[in-house]
Design a protein around this ligand. Structure first.
Ligand code: SF4
Length: 101
């Protein structure tokens, strides 16, 4: 007997869509340090961040838009100690609100 898995599993994108994010205007909790050329780790974040917060400008620098950050900590582990970024939790009441786990 074959069973369809459709309807039993939700795609990750659909799950992420359930979350809500409250933007703390003008107070991003992650900042990228000024640089001319990004380090390997910082550049890697343009592919690794699950929320797609990091992007590379045409001029080569890596930028962040912290809206939608899932606070997974990947960029913190890879880029904070080197000084590529500064990372703090959002202020109370702001940031990601997980609806399902
Ligand atoms: S903490 Fe995770 S989701 Fe947030 S910007 Fe860093 S890698 Fe992306």
């Amino acid at each position: 007997m074959s069973m369809s898995l459709e309807g039993q599993f939700q795609k990750v994108e659909e799950k992420l869509f359930q979350n809500r994010y409250l933007v703390d205007s003008g107070q991003p909790h992650i900042r990228v340090a000024p640089h001319e050329k990004p380090s390997k780790n910082l550049l890697a974040m343009t592919h690794l961040c699950p929320a797609g917060c990091y992007s590379q400008a045409e001029t080569g620098q890596v930028e962040i838009t912290a809206d939608g950050c899932l606070e997974c900590g990947t960029c913190r582990v890879l880029c904070e100690e080197s000084g590529d970024i500064t990372w703090d939790y959002p202020r109370g009441g702001y940031g990601i609100l997980f609806k399902f786990g």
